[in-house]
Design a protein around this ligand. Structure first.
Ligand SMILES: CC(C)(C)c1nc(N2CCN(c3ncccn3)CC2)c2cc(C(N)=O)c(N)nc2n1
Length: 332
């Protein structure tokens, strides 16, 4: 019915219902292959919500899906202090060094440990803060202690939930990256426009996130993999593997390749598996990350000024650029 036929109360109720439907459809769109509804159905409902919110500005809520679109042009980025520093990662380049790492851990804790092994996504680290399940702040890693507030830019990334499935207050961290195909299309477009091309997907992601015009960020097809819960609400999580499963349950995009390895043989297998698949992955990786899986052991091992003692990155040799470019078909 025409929006003029609504009372304010009816408009508010209709808007709430539309938001829930649109959020569900949007969630399905990014988590399932077969989106539940046709685009035109989604667009019609989106337009209905916009009409209601335009006719009744008082019913607009900050988490409404209509508020996600980029539109603000920021004058600059305010600084954000990370209460829990975003640590660096030790990295090694040989299996012998990985063995040394494992020996050091076993000596320290007095017994063999299981590792959660993850791909090292070649993007840039971000932090997301939620209060009662609502996104309140998003920031870059910066120097690990002071980052930049890029909340509005992060809100344009569809895989970052505006609202979690549970009203928890947590801080999470992960990697923001640009998929290889989006990177190829962007550089193609940059060339067409006579603008500078980006050297690699990580630079393209960084440049897209540090945009003062959020509409540009929105157009850049960025994505995320979240891998850490920094502050725990009353979440019952005992291992890194469970933490990532919990992140997925909360509505975050997580990387599906994580694997618990009970010894280094299983780690070598994971490395062989993913070094072989590297060129075919839709996103860039520059190695793998080993993390002591048991969270109590992690805190027992602690960290040095900059680096946790309980994790290590094993870096792959740089991939030859031409193989990456050759693999990707230009889309016009
Ligand atoms: C939580 C810890 C500290 C163990 C941690 N830290 C990470 N990083 C820290 C250093 N970072 C960094 N960035 C710039 C300069 C220095 N260090 C960039 C992220 C991780 C990055 C990835 C990834 N890329 O896929 C990952 N699966 N797990 C991580 N886990």
């Amino acid at each position: 019915k025409p929006v003029t036929a609504y009372s304010e109360q009816e408009a508010s109720e209709a808007a709430i219902a539309l938001r829930q439907t649109l959020n569900q459809w949007s969630e399905d769109y990014y988590t399932k292959d077969n989106p539940e509804v046709e685009d035109h159905v989604y667009d019609a409902a989106y337009r209905d919500l916009q009409e209601l919110e335009t006719a009744f500005p008082s019913i607009v809520t900050p988490d409404s899906i209509t508020q996600r679109v980029g539109g603000a042009v920021l004058s600059g980025f305010t600084k954000v202090r990370h209460e829990i520093p975003m640590l660096s990662m030790g990295d090694v380049f040989s299996r012998d060094e990985l063995t040394e790492f494992d020996q050091r851990i076993q000596k320290n804790v007095g017994h063999p440990v299981a590792y959660n092994v993850e791909l090292k996504i070649d993007g840039l680290a971000i932090s997301l803060v939620y209060e009662n399940g609502k996104l309140v702040q998003g920031s870059t890693r910066g120097d690990g202690t002071i980052g930049e507030d890029i909340t509005q830019n992060l809100q344009t990334i569809s895989s970052i939930p505006q609202t979690l499935t549970k009203p928890v207050s947590i801080e999470v961290r992960g990697e923001c990256y640009m998929p290889k195909q989006a990177f190829a299309n962007l550089n193609h477009q940059q060339e067409e426009r006579g603008e500078a091309v980006f050297a690699n997907p990580r630079n393209a992601a960084a440049g897209s996130l540090r945009q003062l015009d959020t509409r540009v960020t929105k157009a850049r097809k960025l994505d995320t993999f979240i891998y850490t819960i920094s502050t725990f609400d009353d979440l019952q999580v005992k291992t890194q593997h469970e933490a990532i499963e919990t992140l997925e349950e909360l509505g975050f995009m997580t990387n599906p390749t994580q694997r618990v390895c009970h010894n280094l043989e299983e780690v070598w297998q994971y490395i062989d598996d993913y070094q072989a698949q590297r060129d075919d992955l839709p996103y860039g990786i520059d190695g793998i990350v080993l993390k002591v899986n048991d969270l109590k052991l992690q805190s027992q091992l602690g960290h040095t000024v900059k680096v946790p003692r309980w994790e290590i990155a094993y870096k792959f040799p740089p991939e030859e650029a031409q193989t990456v470019v050759r693999k990707i078909e230009w889309t016009v």
